[in-house]
Design a protein around this ligand. Structure first.
Ligand SMILES: Nc1nc2c(ncn2[C@@H]2O[C@H](COP(=O)(O)OP(=O)(O)OP(=O)(O)O)[C@@H](O)[C@H]2O)c(=O)[nH]1
Ligand SMILES: [Mg+2]
Length: 149
C-alpha cells in the first residue's frame, strides 16, 4: 500500500486508471466493466487521440470500434477508468496474440504515467469445461516468463 502523500502525488500526475481487458467473446468483459463503473449504459468510445467515435453508425462497425484494442472505452458514470477491450485469442491466431503483445509493449515503453497500462484484467469464463484455451496458455507463456518484455 502506498503512503498517502505518494498516492496523492500519483493522482496529481494521472487522473485516470488505464486497464486492458482481455477475454474471448462472451466472457463477460462488458458486464464486468459496467458493474465496476456502476453503469447500465454502454461506454463511450474514443480514438487513441481522444476523439469520440460516433456510435450512430452501423452496428458492425460499432462492434469493431469497441474491440479495437487501441480505442479507449469510458463510462460516463465513472470516467476515471479508461478501458481497452481485446477479444482474446479464441481463434488461436498468432496475429491476435502479437497485436496484444505489441500494444502492451508500446504502453510499457511510454514514460508518461497516464499512457501506461495500470492493470490487465484477463477474463475467463468459468461455466465451460475449457476455461483456458491453448492460445491463452501461449499468451501466459510469453508474458509469464518475461519473454514479452
Ligand atoms: N452466467 C453468467 N453469464 C454472464 C456473466 N457475465 C456476463 N454474462 C452474460 O454473458 C453474455 C455476454 O456478456 P458480455 O459482458 O457482453 O461479454 P463480452 O466479453 O463483453 O463479449 P464481447 O464484447 O462479445 O467480446 C451476456 O448475455 C451476459 O449477460 C456471468 O458472470 N455469468
Ligand atoms: Mg463486450
Amino acid at each position: 500500500m502506498l503512503p498517502m502523500d505518494a498516492a496523492i502525488n500519483l493522482r496529481q500526475q494521472c487522473s485516470h486508471f488505464r486497464v486492458l481487458v482481455i477475454g474471448r467473446a462472451n466472457a463477460g468483459k462488458t458486464t464486468l466493466l459496467k458493474k465496476v463503473c456502476n453503469s447500465v449504459e454502454d461506454p463511450e468510445i474514443f480514438t487513441p487521440g481522444g476523439e469520440r467515435i460516433d456510435l450512430v453508425i452501423i452496428e458492425a462497425s460499432a462492434e469493431r470500434s469497441e474491440h479495437d484494442i487501441e480505442n479507449q472505452l469510458i463510462f460516463k458514470s465513472n470516467p476515471q477508468f479508461i478501458f481497452h477491450d481485446s477479444r482474446g485469442f479464441e481463434s488461436g491466431s498468432a496475429t491476435e496474440i502479437q497485436k496484444v503483445k505489441d500494444f502492451i509493449d508500446a504502453r510499457s515503453a511510454s514514460s508518461t504515467l497516464s499512457d501506461q497500462l495500470h492493470a490487465i484484467w484477463y477474463c475467463m469464463p468459468t461455466d465451460t469445461n475449457r476455461p483456458l484455451l491453448s492460445a491463452d496458455e501461449q499468451f501466459f507463456e510469453v508474458f509469464g516468463t518475461g519473454k514479452g518484455k
